[in-house]
Design a protein around this ligand. Sequence first.
Ligand SMILES: Nc1nc2c(ncn2[C@@H]2O[C@H](COP(=O)(O)OP(=O)(O)OP(=O)(O)O)[C@@H](O)[C@H]2O)c(=O)[nH]1
Ligand SMILES: [Mg+2]
Length: 190
Amino acid sequence: MFKTKRENTQDTKRSKSGKTTIANFLSDSTENVGGEYRPTQGVRIVEFETQNSNINNGGFKTDVELWDCSGDLKFESFWPAIYKDANGIVFVCDLSVPDASSKLDYYFESFVNQNSLLSSKNCLLIENVKNNEIRVSSLSNVFSKMQHISINGEENIQKLGEKFNKYISTLLSGVRDRSEQDELNILTIS
Ligand SMILES: Nc1nc2c(ncn2[C@@H]2O[C@H](COP(=O)(O)OP(=O)(O)OP(=O)(O)O)[C@@H](O)[C@H]2O)c(=O)[nH]1
Ligand SMILES: [Mg+2]
């Protein structure tokens, strides 16, 4: 979170970790950090094409549908519709917020542990170090072992696109392996 001291009670219920800012950057590569805060109402679907950096994929472009969720628990009833059929989950955190780690654990339990197709291997953690604020929350075991990108909005958000593409490549390989396995299963059954 941003300026903790100035936040009101309503704001502390929200995550404000930078999910929408990052989703906008990934979808159209415009850097607009520090703009006016507009809390996401439930979920917003962003579609874009990414260049695949994995050499095995021959540089093919991949269509990505990114569901940018609100961090506000009042939208929790939306979550099952969000994680259903998801190929991966990207967590965005701001560890300058004291309860960031416990919130992450709760989101992991709610999104990843409820979907049998997901595990921490399909997940990515983006740590948004806004304004170089001090880390006061430490990651639990599951998050400290996860693929991790650390960004400072103003300094290196540009590097995020490249790293995100690598993450998409790993997801794509997993999806392909699963569909090949499904085809084999069908052949075995028939
Ligand atoms: N200075 C700075 N501001 C940022 C950064 N990332 C996000 N912000 C600002 O922080 C506020 C919240 O960012 P959002 O991207 O809307 O946060 P969110 O995680 O989508 O929030 P919810 O939709 O409420 O869950 C906005 O005013 C952003 O402009 C950053 O890296 N640096
Ligand atoms: Mg948002």
